[in-house]
Design a protein around this ligand. Sequence first.
Ligand SMILES: [Fe+2]
Ligand SMILES: [Fe+2]
Length: 292
Amino acid sequence: MDLSGRLDALYERHLTHSEKIHWDYHDLLPWELGRTWRANPWTPQDGTLSPELILAVETALLTEVNLPWFTAGLTRGFAEAPPALKHFIRRWTAEEDQHSRTLEVFLLLTRNGDPVSRNRLRRDVLEIGWGLPAEDLLGIMVYTTIQELATRTFYQNLARVSQPQDPNLARVLHALARDETLHFAFYRDAVAAYLERDPNGLEAVCRVIPSFAMPGAGMPGFANRMHVVERCGGYGLDEYVRQVIRPLLEFWGVFEHQVSRAVEQDRLSLSHHVARLEQVADRSRRRSKSRG
Ligand SMILES: [Fe+2]
Ligand SMILES: [Fe+2]
């Protein structure tokens, strides 16, 4: 099958699977908890979740709200892409559209987090926007694969942390994680199809991974937020390296393909980069273990 046929098949597979896991946000949310804001203004005592968990969910929400910018960027980046990729961006936008809404309404219904300061932050984040992390199609898809898998891993781990505090939140996060799983699988396999056609495309993998930053990285206080998420939300450098980067390198056969001399050099730098990340992750794991 040629590349365009492979991408068509991946898009068809995505449609079939996403129909099977379809969910409606009104079904997932605890509407019975809702109270009017005018008669019951928010107070910090209203929250039911730990401050760390509220911050983690708000961080997820503030990342998802940038969807208009993601769609604008990807539409431009995929302007010359095969039809299946263009169709996918439209479908993906429709599926992502529920994510920020669901998280935001959950926080409002359960009165977790100050709605006024969050709404200001939301506006600031949308004003900051988002720009494409690469200009070439393969580079963009390497980025989106990592980003979707990282988001899936973050939501799954956060769901586990949330379960004892609020099973409703865990259910919401699992639904989002299932969507992210399909998004990640589509991009991962599209990248694999490009690499099969030309293994020197690995240059894009070697270029994108060292500069990878989550799409929410531009939001105010992002580094501090991720620090809290790493300590209490089940997602940090260790999970990024072991549950995101390593599995992708293996799936794409990054160290197995026959490549040109130049790409061989890029690959060497990449393996040093990943080894360094692992060392840092190991050190911080040992430190947090010894702190108990
Ligand atoms: Fe999402
Ligand atoms: Fe996604």
